[in-house]
Design a protein around this ligand. Structure first.
Ligand code: LLP
Length: 419
């Protein structure tokens, strides 16, 4: 579900013509829809048991305006760095709704999070438990901690975004869970508050969730029978989204049903950490065709956006639908390879894509780019980070202006000896 549609022959983001934004900010740019963000949040909230904390995974989209849009609806934040903590706070998320995940939290980051009084640390190892305890004790605090347990479940998603198998670096091994809780209970700076899991991303079947949730619920019962006070259960994120026609990941409603079925009666506060589900289809990357290049064997549509702006196709073989901004007339499609200008063969958005005939200077929109898009951008090939724009109804605002090459250069320092 999203709010990017053709109207009067041209693509609109809600009530704003995408070409008007392009005229104002140039290309490429990311464009997010408030209505889509809100709808996704509300659909998920309605599907989950009342009171479940939706801690938006800031890693999916770090835009302060996006974070604030969600915070206003009641969202918390799942963060994985001190930087994301600062972003979440700047976006208006109360510290009391922030959970801190990630395998490599430094002492400084733990201290920063304690100083803000976040809801919970999701500790990913026995080693980390010791560090959190030490930092908390030195500050005269107790850290509220859930242990991220790796349930050893196959999420059946792309290997690079699968996290819940024993071979993955994430979480505490399933067979060591109870021993880790015993360790945590004995640490002076730790207040054991809950359990946590996250098995992967873009999960398109319900079964891996059912299996992992079931294991986790069993663990909660065992821990409680050992006298451990487990008041929170954090289920992580991972629910997949449709990237193209025919993709049918489980709906939030089915996910919610499984959550209810498994955790009803456990009397715990539930937390989820969705990222992609909320923002992926709420964002597009708008780009202009630089050339249509007829190669010997293939025809290349060369865009002014590249893998540095959206790395998902190059990195995860991800598919993103691409559509022209001008509504195509009924005509024969052509077959194109859609590529960027970056000097890498991997800089390719789509291969053998059937598209209406395109020509230089036309605008296209790369869809479903609102999650793991702008946040994973780089300035490779000295290409500045592109603007982010938020639309709401008839309005749009540039929430992050285009970086300039001058700014990039000005940040550097020449060593004395080079003059
Ligand atoms: N919680 C934790 C601990 C995570 O590691 C992640 C994502 C999430 C929540 C949110 O997962 P989501 O609901 O968005 O699936 N860059 C990759 C995806 C990496 C996901 C990393 N962890 C991509 O573009 O596909």
């Amino acid at each position: 579900m999203h709010h990017f549609h053709y109207r009067n022959g041209t693509l609109h983001a809600e009530d704003v013509a995408v070409s008007d934004i392009a005229d104002a900010v140039g290309t490429p740019f990311y464009c997010y829809s408030t209505a889509t963000l809100e709808r996704h949040y509300k659909v998920l909230a309605a599907a989950l048991p009342a009171g479940t904390l939706i801690a938006f995974a800031v890693k999916a989209n770090g835009s302060l305006a996006v974070i604030r849009t969600l915070a206003r609806l009641g969202a918390g934040a799942d963060i994985v760095s001190g930087g994301e903590l600062k972003r979440a706070i700047a976006g208006g998320v109360p510290a009391s709704k922030i959970v801190f995940s990630g395998v490599g939290k430094t002492r400084e980051e733990v201290g920063l999070a304690l100083s803000h009084g976040i809801l919970q640390f999701n500790a990913e190892s026995e080693e980390e438990l010791a560090v959190i305890s030490e930092v908390a004790t030195s500050r005269g605090q107790k850290a509220s901690v859930a242990l991220r347990i790796n349930p050893d479940v196959d999420a059946r998603t792309h290997a690079k975004i699968s996290t819940g198998k024993a071979e993955n670096k994430f979480g505490i091994a399933w067979h060591r869970a109870e021993a880790a809780y015993a360790q945590a209970a004995g640490l002076p700076g730790i207040d054991v508050a809950g359990v946590d899991m996250h098995i992967g991303s873009q999960i398109t079947e319900i079964e891996p969730f059912r299996e992992a949730f079931g294991k986790l619920a069993g663990l909660v019962r065992r821990l409680r029978s050992q006298g451990m006070r487990i008041k929170r259960i954090d289920l992580g994120g991972g629910l997949g989204v449709p990237y193209t026609k025919g993709d049918e990941p489980p709906l939030p409603a089915s996910y919610g049903e499984v959550v209810r079925a498994v955790f009803a009666g456990l009397d715990a506060d539930l937390i989820v950490e969705p990222g992609r589900l909320i923002t992926a289809n709420a964002g597009i990357l708008v780009s202009r065709v630089v050339h249509v290049k007829r190669g010997d064997q293939r025809t290349f549509v060369i865009l002014d956006a590249g893998m540095n702006d959206l790395v998902r196709p190059a990195m995860y073989d991800a598919h993103h639908d691409i559509i022209p901004v001008r509504e195509p007339e009924k005509s024969e499609n052509r077959v194109y390879d859609v590529v960027g200008p970056v000097c890498e063969s991997a800089d390719q958005f789509a291969r053998n894509l059937a598209l209406p005939p395109l020509s230089a200077d036309e605008l296209v929109a790369i869809l479903s780019a609102g999650a793991y898009g702008a946040v994973q951008a780089s300035s490779y090939n000295a290409r500045p980070l592109v603007p982010e724009v938020l639309v709401s109804g008839r309005h749009f605002a540039v929430t992050r202006p285009r970086q300039t090459v001058e700014e990039m250069i000005a940040r550097e320092r020449m060593p004395d000896w080079l003059g």
